[in-house]
Design a protein around this ligand. Structure first.
Ligand SMILES: [Zn+2]
Length: 211
């Protein structure tokens, strides 16, 4: 199948992206630099982004995820669908809150970050590094690869949103790690490329560990 055919299948109205659409380690697009999406955005590329976001919503819904056999995900990149296009979707939920009686209640805003990004790139970053306390996983990697995935603590990212507007956002904490993971995919980089294999859990000077 050509990548155009792959995309045409993915964006059919009746199709919902599932684990069978996600390519795994060894598939060449995971190690290639994707092409920038042409602007203004085509209807096909807008629909692709929406399908990717729908996948993330489905994957975080326990009932739908079980029915469809989805692993939970907070981000997805075009390369993971066998496409060579710089499109990513990120969906980072907020933690539940507690009411005055200490009961767990849903957060006021469901998501910390919910965005489809075309041609996302890091335009500046902190000197400080950071890593998630528990390491990272990836929908394209079926095994656990333990270790700190050392990234920039804070990044400024430029991208085009699905309305075609140019955006520039600053990110820190989990959202920063998540968006860097997805931008890496569009450049053929896997999360474990950032793990020090000799000392996977070494905390480097000044590195922030994000809970
Ligand atoms: Zn990934």
């Amino acid at each position: 199948m050509t990548t155009d055919q792959i995309q045409a299948n993915l964006i059919q109205a009746s199709h919902q992206i599932d684990m069978d659409d996600i390519v795994r380690e060894g598939f060449p697009t995971l190690r290639e630099v994707a092409n920038e999406v042409s602007l203004p955005l085509s209807d096909e590329d807008i629909r692709l982004g929406e399908k990717m976001m729908q996948f993330l919503h489905n994957s975080q819904d326990p009932i739908i995820a079980e029915k469809m056999g989805l692993r939970g995900g907070v981000g997805l990149a075009g390369n993971q669908l066998g496409l060579m296009k710089k499109v990513i979707a990120v969906l980072v939920p907020n933690e539940p809150e507690h009411d005055e009686a200490g009961q767990v209640i849903p957060p006021k805003e469901a998501y910390k970050l919910q965005e489809i990004m075309y041609n996302a790139k890091i335009v500046s970053h902190s000197v400080q590094d950071a890593a998630l306390e528990t390491g990272e996983g990836c929908l394209s990697v079926d095994q656990e690869i333990p270790g700190f995935v050392v990234r920039h603590a804070r990044v400024t990212v430029e991208y085009v949103n699905k309305a075609g507007e140019k955006k520039k956002i600053r990110l820190k904490n989990f959202e920063s790690m998540c968006v860097q993971h997805e931008i890496d995919h569009t450049n053929g980089i896997m999360f474990y490329d950032h793990i020090d294999l000799k000392e996977p859990w070494a905390i480097k000077d000044g590195m922030l560990v994000i809970e």
